[in-house]
Design a binder for this molecule. Structure first.
Ligand code: GTP
Length: 161
């Protein structure tokens, strides 16, 4: 199955599809599941908590460029290879957002004095089982987007352990 619909942490409806840009060819948001030397690379957002890096696509920028830029700004990491996985649409109270999900392998991580909007990189050998009830994690990590993306990554051998 390549299409899922569910409610997010805030009870907004999410549509997630593992097909090529089903909702927009020019999505305004990106989210990047990052892997560095056998570990997951995440970032700590000062308010939301731990999450995979991502953010908004700037004017005149491609979604891929935004993905690479956001990973560097939020974690200091340089993307080696970027693979498109899926796109999702969230219908919230304030409007609809459309986000591309990528998988990235990381070449190197530069330790910086300051990180744009975050407290910097977090490396994890394994993601905890119970992220949903874990206050340290961001709401973005608490709906089916993460779970389905992980299933897709392993099923399609985008990452082999
Ligand atoms: P700024 O970054 O400060 O401009 O904040 P914002 O809250 O306006 O951000 P944004 O436009 O990124 O998101 C608007 C709303 O969309 C959020 O408050 C969430 O409800 C929702 N949203 C954004 N990203 C995600 C996501 O990855 N997953 C889910 N489920 N909802 C999201």
């Amino acid at each position: 199955m390549s299409y899922y619909t569910f409610e997010d942490f805030y009870k907004n409806t999410v549509e997630l599809s593992f097909t090529d840009h089903p909702y927009s060819l020019t999505p305004k948001h990106v989210w990047v599941i990052c892997r560095f030397k056998g570990q997951w690379l995440l970032t700590e957002h000062p308010r939301r908590g731990i999450e995979f890096p991502g953010g908004k696509v700037e004017k005149g920028e491609s979604a891929e460029k935004a993905a690479v830029r956001e990973v560097f700004e939020e974690t200091g990491a340089t993307v080696d290879a970027l693979t498109y996985l899926a796109q999702y649409r969230v219908k919230g109270k304030g409007g609809t957002i459309i986000k591309n999900v990528y998988f990235a392998t990381i070449e190197k991580i530069k330790i910086k004095a300051h990180y744009y909007e975050t407290n910097g990189p977090i490396l994890m050998k394994q993601l905890p089982e119970s992220i949903k009830n874990n206050d340290k994690f961001s709401f973005m990590m608490k709906d089916e987007v993460l779970q389905r993306s992980m299933e897709y990554i392993f099923k399609n051998k985008i990452l082999q352990l």
